[in-house]
Design a protein around this ligand. Structure first.
Ligand SMILES: Cc1ncc(COP(=O)(O)O)c(C=O)c1O
Length: 359
């Protein structure tokens, strides 16, 4: 069997129980799962497509791919032909399997940020490759690596990588024949800074060669339960990935394809959702600061990356004693040992409760 690390969230269970013992109930700001309704237009589209007896295409419908390409153009200034879009069953499966699909293996390193979503590491291990967490590509010297992940806005830090930084990553990777996969699942949630896609001409110079942008509808449209995402970019890579996914049966259900196309076409619900998160963030951030936490990065995305100077597990405990559950920074890498990640994903009532408890 492939050896993988213990599932980190299991380690939080005792502190979740502590937070849940608060007389007014737990405020769970740990996992970052959406809590607001699935937009009505999307639910209607799912229902309308529910008579779906036949096999859907792994490639998805042209309607879906065109909606994805249209959204990238309209919202992010990215020109992608619909032929170079591939639906994903949520973006997590793709993060976990991309190294395997690319044929990365033993003796090769998959590079991802020092503080990162744990699935980049898992994906390297599933492929039998070596996970390598670093923010400094120069540390690799002349080594050729097959795959570099970037994630802007970042989970967990909410840091945004500016276009000139991404441009350097792209040129470094192109010199070495590395694929750059950019996890852009929080790209619609820019606050003090606006994230830019790896496929934007200011970053890639107009060519998508060697580049893949990974997107998710989980946070933009509250579709975490539908499992809806897509990857777009280098035509040759997308074609190869499609062939493998066809063989492996990685097919997005037809009704979800229909619902996702409608979600991508509609910006109104996404703006409403953004406003909800903005309000929760505006309430929570000063309350944490007044209670002694310093917020770092966090200029975009769904999380506040915070520290009061203590070890991360002591901080998690201090907040759990107030009935507030957050994630320890070391879930995301050793460099997170003095931080906690606080998701702004609770409803307004629960965020209000957290603010009162922090006073
Ligand atoms: C950085 C990052 N990538 C990918 C995902 C996976 O999202 P999904 O599988 O719901 O599209 C998440 C989920 O939180 C994430 O934080």
């Amino acid at each position: 069997m492939i050896g993988l690390p213990d599932f980190p969230w299991d380690r939080l269970t005792p502190l979740k129980q502590l937070a849940a013992s608060h007389p007014d109930g737990i405020v769970d700001l740990s996992v970052g799962t959406p809590v607001d309704p699935v937009p009505a237009v999307v639910r209607q589209a799912l229902a309308d497509a529910s008579d779906s007896p036949g096999y859907p295409l792994t490639y998805g419908t042209e309607r879906l791919r065109s909606a994805a390409a249209g959204w990238l153009r309209r919202r992010h200034g990215v020109e992608v032909d619909q032929a170079n879009v591939l639906p994903l069953i949520g973006s997590k499966e793709f993060v976990a399997w991309l190294p395997t699909f690319l044929g990365v293996g033993q003796g090769q390193r998959v590079v991802f940020p020092e503080l990162a979503y744990p699935t980049y590491d898992v994906g390297a291990r599933l492929a039998g490759a070596e996970p390598y967490a670093t923010d400094g590509l120069l540390a690799l010297g002349p080594e050729r690596v097959p795959l570099v992940w970037v994630n802007s806005p970042s989970n967990p830090t909410g840091k945004v990588l500016p276009a000139d930084h991404l441009r350097k990553v792209v040129s470094w990777a192109r010199e070495r024949g590395a694929v750059v996969a950019s996890d852009e699942c929080y790209i619609e949630l820019g606050w003090e800074e606006q994230p830019v896609s790896i496929l934007h001409p200011d970053v890639c110079g107009g060519s998508h060669e060697g580049l893949l942008a990974v997107h998710s509808l989980s946070k933009r449209s509250n579709l975490a339960g539908y499992r809806a995402g897509f990857v777009a970019g280098d035509p040759a890579l997308v074609r190869r990935l499609l062939e493998i996914r066809k063989h492996a049966g990685m097919i997005m259900p037809g009704p979800v394809q229909a619902a996702m196309a409608v979600a991508l076409d509609d910006d109104e619900h996404a703006e409403e959702q953004r406003a909800r998160y903005a309000a929760r963030r505006a309430a929570l951030r000063p309350a944490l600061e007044a209670a002694g936490w310093k917020i770092e990065h966090s200029t975009a995305g769904l999380y506040l990356w915070a520290s009061n100077g203590a070890g991360c597990w002591d901080q998690v405990r201090a907040l759990a004693e107030k009935g507030i559950l957050v994630a320890p920074g070391d879930f995301y890498g050793e460099a997170g040992g003095l931080h906690v990640r606080i998701a702004v994903t609770a409803d307004d009532e629960r965020i209000g409760a957290a603010v009162r408890r922090l006073q």
